[in-house]
Each structure stands twice: as structure tokens, then as C-alpha cells.
Ligand binder design. Structure first.
Ligand SMILES: Nc1ncnc2c1ncn2[C@@H]1O[C@H](COP(=O)(O)OP(=O)(O)OP(=O)(O)O)[C@@H](O)[C@H]1O
Ligand SMILES: [Mg+2]
Length: 466
């Protein structure tokens, strides 16, 4: 029977199929990029997103235009960019209807209003997985249709399942789905997030669903590929867009024993925020002061520069008024004009894409530039790898604390770990690899299918009854 694994990632998703009965094909008919050797059998990545540069890796993006169409993956990004970049955001107070409010034993009806972006052609949802742990995010209204967070995640999940079914040419009724080891440091939020993930996948209509920790799946995948000597103790370092997940395991005859797992809600999105805070925010007036009183422009405005989603929140009229007032009265009018343009012309996503590109370039080069020159915005900020490493020093420390704790929890000494398998996009950042080398001096460090090892391992584990 086929076993299907879905890696539902914060940034990217992929789907793999394991067919225990399929013979291992070799030669030109089996392109090495889509076939992974697994215990002498076949694990295959599905081409999920025909619009993506690598169709096997689909961006975990959902776009809902005003007409209610559901668009996912690369096309979601393309449509959002085409329809929204540079357009003017116009917030208006709109009547939503009557809501019932209960005060002790009394019920009253009140009129409800909300600030609505009346020009908005469509809404983009990114990093939805990260919001599972944000328990205050319960629901949102998308052009008159109310979506709970679970329904939004389920909407994207259904698109992934449909893409997989199309690639497979048959319907899917059983799945193994990855989950981070920890969604949040706070245990109540961690449990709530997993509960919401289960509910969301339950809404897809697939009846038989199992969850497996993502790094454990990657460990299965690598162990079957590399045929590790039984007894070898190894660590998987799976560092993605939203979380860092690790496992310490021991290779056995044909499988693995999991000795410990651990995780922290720290990923590439947070590293992008650190570049924003440390290098870019000053181009948008952070640190500006009102004249002649020499008072600081409120920090809650700049705190919202942390992600493009929170930049959108600055369009609220009271916040825009602060920005416009500061532009007129502060010592940094040019920067505050740039901030106004960033907010009202919807350039937040474009800026964060430029930041992410610079971060990715710094994995290969010593220097990169964050560049965005549009409307009133004129950012061309060079950043060296050393400066980037200094900006993310706190994140590097917490990542290494997580690794050391997992090794201790596994009952191992650092010298017992003979192999580190890295996977996930953020694991390509050199400073994390250097710290791993220092912390685990006896280990060889090997990168394993950066964007697809989790999906492959999930499919494999499902098919071999792990
Ligand atoms: N070469 C690179 N150097 C640094 N970061 C990179 C590189 N390539 C991708 N990234 C980052 O990796 C992240 C995406 O990685 P990945 O697809 O493994 O995450 P994910 O599986 O979607 O997330 P998670 O597992 O945390 O839910 C993004 O933050 C991206 O910016
Ligand atoms: Mg991942």
C-alpha cells in the first residue's frame, strides 16, 4: 500500500510517496532529483506546485481574492504581488452588524464596526503554521466570510492534498503529517497549537491521519538512505522558517531508536526580523524625535516593523496619524515619508523579500545588500556576514542550548554523537554549522535534502509501520 507523507512547513510544504511494492528503478528513467533511495525501496517526491521553480516544494502561502477564489503556493505570491504592491491602502470604518454581548446575567445587542481596507483586492496568508500557537488569533473576516484559524490552515492543507492527488492521479485517504517538536515555549500554547493543527487537518476530509515529529521523520529518511552502522548515535538539526527541531537517535538494524527530541520556536522568519530591527528600521525613522520638544516617536510604531503582516496593521488611522504627524514635526522627515509609503503603498512584503534574499546570499557570500527603491523608499543597506551573525547572536545561543539539552536528555555526552544531519533552509547558515561543529566535536556534519527530507521520512515511516 502507498504511504503518503506531508511536510506542512511554515515557509514551504512538500509531499512524498513511499511504495513498498515498487521495484527500485535505476538508470535514466529514475531522475535522482525526484527519487530517493530508501531501504532499497522507493520514496518519491510529488510535483505539487507546477508554478514553482522547484515544483516539489510549494510555498505555504494562501491568497484569497475578493471573488473568493482560493489560490495557493507560487501563484498566491504572484497574484498578491501583482494586485497589491504599490496600491494605496484606504482604511474605512465599516458596519459589521449587531453582536450579542453578555454582562453578568444580562445580554445586550451592540452595533459592531471594524476598520476595513476598502481597496483590498485580496488577502495573503503567510506563515500560517506559526499562528497556530498564537492563541489570541481565533478568526478573521475575509471579505465577509468568517474563517477560524483552523479553517484557514485547512484551506491551505486542502490545496496541498489536491495538488498531491493531481500529481498522484488518485485520491488520498491516509496521511502521515509532520509536526514541530515544540510550537511554543509555553506549554499551554504548545498543546493548543497541536490541537488546532489536528483540528485543521481533520477538516480536510482525509480520514486516516497520523502525526510525527519532523526531525524524527528526517532521521528515518537519512538512516535508510545512508545505511548507518547499528549503534551510531546521531543528531538531526532541522531548522526551518518557523521552528528549530532536533532529535538524538541511535541507528538499529534497519531502523532507528529515538533517544530524545527537542525544539524551540525559532526560525528563519525571526532571523529576518532581526535584520529588520538591527539594520533596516532606521531607514524608516526608528530613533526619530519630534522637534522642537525632542521627544521620541512612539516605539510601538517601530515594533510593528518586525514582519510585513504587522506593517499592514500600521494602516489603522490612529497609527497613520502618528506617522504623518511625525513626518511633519520630526528630525527625520525623509525616513518617515519612507515609512508612510511602506505602510500605505503596501511595500512591506517586498521589503521582507529583499531582507530574506540578502540573508540567503549571506550563506554563500561575506556581504549582501538589502535593496528596495520604490516610491519614497530608498534603502540600499549593505550587511556583512559578521554583522548578520552579531545581529542574530541571541538566536544562535538559544539554538545551541536546544541542541545541548537534547544530547543531555538522550543520556549522551557530546562526544558520543558521531553524525549531525542538517536539514531545513535555515540550517544552511554557516554560523549554526560552525557552532554545531564546536559543540559536537566527534560528529561529521552532513546536509540532507534540505527542503524534502522531512516529507520523505514521513512517507517512509508511514510505510514501514514506524
Ligand atoms: N541558503 C539559505 N540560507 C539561509 N536561510 C535560508 C536559505 N534558504 C532558505 N532559507 C530560509 O529557510 C526558511 C525556510 O526553510 P524550510 O522550507 O526548511 O522551512 P519550513 O519547513 O517551511 O519551516 P518549519 O519547518 O520551521 O515549519 C526560510 O526562513 C528561508 O528564508
Ligand atoms: Mg520544516
Amino acid at each position: 500500500m502507498l504511504s503518503i507523507g506531508i511536510d506542512f512547513g511554515t515557509s514551504n510544504s512538500s509531499v512524498a510517496v513511499f511504495d513498498p511494492s515498487a521495484p527500485l528503478r535505476a538508470g535514466p528513467s529514475a531522475p535522482p532529483s525526484t527519487s530517493l533511495r530508501a531501504g532499497g525501496q522507493k520514496v518519491r517526491l510529488l510535483e505539487l506546485d507546477v508554478h514553482a521553480r522547484d515544483p516539489r516544494v510549494m510555498r505555504s502561502l494562501l491568497y484569497i481574492p475578493r471573488d473568493g477564489e482560493i489560490v495557493a503556493g507560487q501563484r498566491a505570491l504572484d497574484m498578491y504581488t501583482e494586485q497589491n504592491t504599490g496600491r494605496e491602502v484606504r482604511m474605512e470604518r465599516r458596519y459589521l452588524g449587531e453582536v450579542k454581548m453578555t454582562f453578568s446575567d444580562m445580554e445586550v445587542l451592540k452595533d459592531a464596526y471594524a476598520m476595513v481596507d476598502v481597496n483590498e483586492p485580496g488577502r495573503l496568508f503567510q506563515s500560517l503554521k506559526r499562528f497556530l500557537a498564537v492563541t489570541s488569533f481565533k478568526k478573521t473576516n475575509v471579505f465577509g466570510v468568517e474563517y477560524t484559524l483552523e479553517e484557514l490552515v485547512a484551506t491551505l492543507a486542502r490545496q496541498i492534498v489536491r495538488g498531491a492527488e493531481a500529481a498522484l492521479g488518485r485520491s488520498i485517504d491516509a496521511l502521515v503529517i509532520g509536526r514541530p517538536v515544540r510550537f511554543h515555549d509555553d506549554e499551554a500554547k504548545n498543546l493548543a497549537a497541536f490541537d488546532r493543527l489536528q483540528k485543521a487537518w481533520g477538516l480536510t476530509g482525509v480520514t486516516d491521519i497520523r502525526f510525527m515529529e519532523e526531525p524524527v521523520a528526517a532521521a528515518h529518511h537519512h538512516a535508510s538512505e545512508a545505511r548507518l552502522a547499528p549503534g551510531t548515535r546521531f543528531l538531526v538539526f532541522d531548522f526551518g522558517g518557523g521552528t528549530l527541531d532536533v532529535t538524538v537517535a541511535r541507528a538499529t538494524e534497519g531502523s532507528i531508536d529515538v533517544l530524545a527530541t527537542g525544539g524551540v520556536p525559532l526560525g528563519g522568519d525571526l532571523l529576518d526580523s532581526r535584520i529588520m530591527e538591527s539594520r533596516i528600521a532606521r531607514h524608516f525613522g526608528r530613533g526619530a524625535r519630534y522637534q522642537p520638544e525632542d521627544l521620541p516617536v512612539p516605539n510601538h510604531i517601530f515594533a510593528r516593523l518586525r514582519s510585513w503582516q504587522s506593517i499592514v496593521e500600521l494602516n489603522r488611522p490612529d497609527r497613520l496619524e502618528i506617522i504623518r504627524d511625525a513626518r511633519k514635526k520630526s528630525d527625520s522627515p525623509k525616513e518617515l515619508s519612507a515609512l508612510e509609503s511602506l505602510v500605505t503603498r503596501n511595500h512591506g512584503l517586498g521589503l521582507f523579500r529583499a531582507i530574506e534574499q540578502a540573508k540567503i546570499a549571506l550563506s554563500d557570500d561575506d556581504w549582501a545588500e538589502v535593496r528596495l527603491q520604490v516610491d519614497e523608499i530608498d534603502v540600499a543597506e549593505g550587511i556583512t556576514r559578521d554583522e548578520f551573525e552579531a545581529a542574530i547572536g541571541g538566536q544562535v545561543k538559544s539554538a545551541m542550548r536546544c541542541v545541548v539539552k537534547a544530547v543531555t536528555d538522550a543520556g549522551c555526552e557530546p562526544g558520543d554523537i558521531r553524525l549531525v544531519i542538517t536539514t531545513g533552509g535555515s540550517s544552511l547558515i554557516p554560523v549554526f554549522r560552525e557552532r554545531l561543529r564546536e559543540a559536537l566535536p566527534e560528529a561529521e556534519i552532513t546536509a540532507s535534502s534540505t527542503f524534502t527530507s522531512v516529507a520523505a521520512g514521513l512517507a517512509l515511516a508511514g510505510g514501514t509501520g514506524e
